[in-house]
Structures are given as structure tokens and as C-alpha cells.
Design a protein around this ligand. Structure first.
Ligand SMILES: [Fe+2]
Length: 180
């Protein structure tokens, strides 16, 4: 289940209802899928064949289509990252810069963990959303954020897009942002 950490105060928010209420206020969509639907062999696998990716998409077909219909997403795929990913450190360095997109950034975690760091309203500032399998998040268009892995450095997620070009990152220069 997702957990929030507000960076300015180190306050943590946990429990599905509390997390959802906080993210609602920040205009970030948060939902939950039953990650247990995934065959056991795929629940802890981070190097995936095309067949296995297709199997994950098929497992969550109803959830994907429901979300896509409600939010206007038209295309989706699977991303898998782990220490087996070539140039993972370089990739993470590139990810770890605050940026925006011209469409929502949507991730449904199906295995592993990850964190979105999001610029909240002025009274809140930056906050982390720690995500694990079953957590679904949509960071709205034009909301500054970045994504990174947690200590286990493993994640599999479904990404949904309106058009994949919409996902191009536009750097958001913010002198007030402090890492960690
Ligand atoms: Fe992004």
C-alpha cells in the first residue's frame, strides 16, 4: 500500500483512505489493483520476455480498460527496471530531475517498488509517494515531479498514455528543490 512522506516536515501518511484523501487534494489520482491476480511466477520477476509482458497486460486487462475509458488513455505498455537493465544508474540519473509532461504520467505497479517525488501545493511542498505492487497513480499534466526506484531497485509497471509523445519530459528548474 502506498505511503506518503512530506519532505518539509518528514510527516508520513499511511493507510489507503488517508493516502487517497491526501492525493485527492493534490489532484493526484490514486487507486489500487489486486496484484495477487498475477501468476506467482511473475510477482517477483523483473526480467521479462515479450510473452510475459503480454501476460501481465492480459491479467489486468479489465483494470487497464476501465482506467483508460475513464481517463482517456489510448495506449499502454510495460516497463521493467532492475539491476539487469543496461545503464540503470545513468537512466536513474536522467529520471531524477524535476520535470513536467503535457499529459498525465500513469503507472500501475505490478511488482517491486518505486517512488514519485511530486511538487505539491505551496502549503505542502514536495512529497514522496512510495508505491508497491497494486498501487496505481496518475500524476496530472504540468505537475512537477520525478520518479526513482527504492533500495531494492526493482520495478515492473504498466504505463498508460494518451499518446506516447505526450510523455516527453520538460525540465522544471526549481531552486527550492532539495534532494533526499
Ligand atoms: Fe515524468
Amino acid at each position: 500500500m502506498a505511503e506518503i512522506r512530506i519532505r518539509n516536515t518528514d510527516e508520513r501518511i499511511s493507510g489507503e483512505d488517508n493516502v487517497k484523501a491526501f492525493l485527492d487534494k493534490q489532484e493526484v489520482l490514486y487507486e489500487h489493483w489486486d496484484a495477487g491476480k498475477l501468476p506467482a511466477a511473475l510477482q517477483n520477476k523483473f526480467i521479462l520476455s515479450d510473452e510475459e509482458k503480454a501476460q501481465i497486460l492480459a491479467t489486468f486487462e479489465d483494470e487497464i480498460k476501465d482506467l483508460a475509458n475513464r481517463r482517456g488513455y489510448l495506449t499502454w505498455d510495460i516497463i521493467a527496471l532492475s539491476d539487469a537493465t543496461p545503464n540503470l544508474d545513468e537512466l536513474l540519473k536522467k529520471f531524477e530531475q524535476v520535470h513536467t509532461h503535457t499529459e498525465d504520467e500513469v503507472r500501475a505497479i505490478t511488482a517491486g517498488k518505486g517512488i514519485f517525488i511530486i511538487k505539491g501545493t505551496d502549503d505542502v511542498g514536495y512529497f514522496d509517494v512510495e508505491l508497491e505492487a497494486g498501487d496505481v497513480i496518475s500524476v496530472p499534466e504540468n505537475k512537477p515531479h520525478f520518479f526513482t526506484l527504492m533500495d531494492n531497485r526493482q520495478i515492473v509497471a504498466v504505463r498508460l498514455f494518451i499518446e506516447t509523445e505526450g510523455w516527453i519530459a520538460h525540465p522544471f528548474a526549481d531552486p527550492t528543490f532539495q534532494k533526499a
